[in-house]
Design a protein around this ligand. Structure first.
Ligand SMILES: NC(=O)c1ccc[n+]([C@@H]2O[C@H](COP(=O)([O-])OP(=O)(O)OC[C@H]3O[C@@H](n4cnc5c(N)ncnc54)[C@H](OP(=O)(O)O)[C@@H]3O)[C@@H](O)[C@H]2O)c1
Length: 301
């Protein structure tokens, strides 16, 4: 999802040539292949958006995959970029690097101040290692390696897999299928009370372009909207957008998860960037791309 958004953002930028490889062409967990790619192509700049990504279920049941793959991707790409003389790297982490009980909204300096959320600890540890590697390459070797920590993302190219997807794409799929089947009710997990933040992926790509223009960027910086919705509001918005007319029931015997997860985006706003896409508009556009991806057989499910 993010890689495609970066391509949309950069492909018309004057003077930019994109060097793209699919995961089939270049497995970033293989050190020798990654070294060979960077040594041959010698890019001026790299954005590390590749990662093993998934929802709570996948993270919780396959921690080895999430820690090993993401550690290998970070270590291989950053080291190979350094050896090939790449001048600038932007590494993408995630808001889940911050402690489970971090004060809300979460500022950049709450990193490593407490225990992580156990269900995504493996993924978070790999992302923290990547962010720290960037900071240390910059400190030890003077190269401009820096990181961005996006909040929950959504948009074209998202993953709609029933077990591996995140909450927003999962809701889109669920309510789309219920609406299509003419179901009269859908039961949602928990109370709907938790609050979450969502950023359109094209806004993230724009934030990356902004950060890549800064002469002296922070080692890592939060990228979000700074605003939040309850899961109940989100669910109702998705249901209305996909045309579900039935009843939404809540099952409070299912876990709610963390009550609130919001990034503090003051630092990025002070530097001059704010998100542009409202949630209602973003979900409407994302549902349109969901339908187009489904019709063309490109939907990730
Ligand atoms: N989605 C979110 O809500 C979110 C939130 C915060 C941060 N992020 C960060 O944003 C970045 C992109 O996430 P996304 O949502 O765009 O995920 P995504 O759609 O699943 O994209 C991840 C990409 O990485 C590729 N990849 C995975 N393992 C690889 C490997 N070993 N070698 C080469 N390529 C590999 C995948 O290729 P295949 O599909 O072919 O395997 C896929 O193209 C990640 O760093 C993630 O941590 C995402």
């Amino acid at each position: 999802m993010v890689g495609s958004a970066l391509v949309r953002r950069f492909r018309s930028e004057p003077g930019v040539t994109l060097l793209l490889r699919s995961s089939q062409e270049l497995d970033l967990t293989g050190q020798a292949a990654v070294e060979a790619f960077f040594a041959a192509e010698k890019p001026d700049l790299a954005v590390i958006a590749a990662a093993r990504v998934g929802g709570i279920h996948a993270n919780n049941t396959r921690p080895v995959d999430f820690l090993y793959d993401n550690l290998a991707i970070a270590a291989n790409t950053l080291h190979a970029a350094f050896r090939a003389g790449v001048k600038r790297v932007l590494f993408l982490g995630s808001s889940c690097i911050y402690p489970k009980l971090a004060p809300q909204p979460m500022t950049e300096d709450c990193l490593l101040t407490g225990a992580l959320e156990p269900t995504n600890e493996a993924y978070a540890i790999a992302k923290i290692a990547g962010l720290k590697l960037c900071q240390y390459y910059r400190r030890q070797h003077g190269v401009l390696f820096h990181s961005a920590m996006p909040t929950n993302l959504y948009g074209p190219g998202d993953n709609y897999h029933p077990e591996n997807s995140h909450v927003l794409p999962a809701l889109i799929r669920r309510f789309h299928e219920a609406a299509r089947a003419g179901r009269s009710e859908v039961t949602a997990w928990g109370t709907g009370a938790p609050r979450r933040e969502f950023l359109h992926v094209d806004d993230l790509a724009d934030a990356c372009a902004f950060l890549l223009r800064l002469e002296d960027p922070p080692d890592w910086i939060n990228v979000g909207t700074g605003s939040e919705v309850t899961i109940r509001e989100l669910t109702e918005l998705v249901a209305a957008t996909v045309g579900f007319r039935g009843q939404i029931k809540w099952d409070p015997s299912k876990p709610d998860g963390t009550p609130r997860k919001l990034l503090d985006v003051t630092k990025l706003a002070r530097l001059g960037w704010i998100a542009k896409t409202g949630l209602e508009q973003g979900i409407r556009e994302t549902y349109a791309s969901f339908l187009a991806e489904e019709a063309s057989g490109r939907l990730r499910r």
